[in-house]
Design a protein around this ligand. Structure first.
Ligand SMILES: C[S@@+](CC[C@H](N)C(=O)[O-])C[C@H]1O[C@@H](n2cnc3c(N)ncnc32)[C@H](O)[C@@H]1O
Length: 249
């Protein structure tokens, strides 16, 4: 992955990183109450090499992960993650002001957590029944039934990986407002109760401009949208997630 290294350049990368978080980070991003979620089902969209699906099944929560990267061989996914995780952390070190982590020791702890997530993911992905938990799929069309999961979550893709020009971190991103509109409607189709999305800011720490469009978009009027504070501490200003509820449930 090519990272720009000119001083004063905005934080930006040239493709979506193969980078996954642990279940405890999912708990923090989405305010998950693991006890209350026992016996429920969650679809994790754009899950990458995260260990949420692997760890959640041990808590009796049925998590299915979907990501276009699951069409690749596990060795390719692992190689890409082993490259992208340290590369992303190096990029964050050049933009300390944007992140909560302050020093190399915190970076090393952060790196070790991501490598732990990768190891748990790889072990689970290699199991005989993994094809039921890891589904190759990409927004805006996901191969799941209407109301197929109690909750649908999406972390660290929407808003964040929109174009630098529109408030995100990706160069030449095709994730424009229409893409977000379609992706969120797709998640709402699949969710029986609600959708949760984190983060809702870009690197400038401001609420992403697509959020305003979303709030004014009549097609979302049938749903209740709420912003909720979360415990996750990584990107400065990324202190909230978006919850979108289906009414009447
Ligand atoms: C930074 S990772 C986030 C992983 C995980 N959700 C987390 O928070 O740790 C972003 C993921 O989005 C996936 N992705 C890229 N394009 C996508 C699309 N059109 N639909 C769904 N996922 C996509 C990538 O393959 C990558 O694994």
């Amino acid at each position: 992955m090519m990272m720009l290294d000119r001083v004063n350049d905005p934080f930006q990368i040239d493709r979506v990183a193969c980078f996954g978080r642990t279940m405890s980070e999912y708990v923090e991003m989405f305010n998950l109450d693991l006890e209350a979620l026992k016996g429920t089902s969650i679809l994790d969209c754009a899950s990458g090499p995260a260990s949420f699906a692997a760890e959640a099944q041990k808590k009796d929560i049925k998590v299915v992960a979907c990501d276009p990267i699951y069409s690749k061989e596990i060795d390719d996914i692992m190689e890409r993650a082993q490259h992208d995780i340290p590369a992303c952390i190096r990029e964050t070190q050049r933009h300390r002001d944007l992140f909560v982590r302050e020093n190399n020791e915190e970076d090393v702890n952060f790196l070790n957590e991501k490598l732990r997530a990768l190891r748990l993911f790889v072990t689970d992905y290699k199991k005989m029944d993994a094809c039921r938990r890891y589904v190759p799929a990409a927004f805006p069309h996901l191969p799941f039934f209407d109301d197929g999961f109690d909750m649908v979550v999406c972390g660290n893709l929407l808003f964040l990986y929109s174009d630098v020009e529109s408030g995100g971190i990706l160069e030449n991103s095709h994730f424009d407002y229409l893409f977000h509109h379609r992706a969120i409607h797709e998640m709402l189709r699949i969710a029986r109760k609600e959708v949760r999305i984190y983060p809702v800011v870009g690197p400038n720490k401001e609420r992403h401009p697509f959020i305003e469009e979303l709030l004014e978009d009549k097609s979302f009027f049938p749903y209740d949208m709420q912003f909720e504070s979360v415990a996750m501490k990584d990107i400065k200003g990324a202190t909230q997630m978006l919850r979108i509820f289906k009414r009447g449930i």
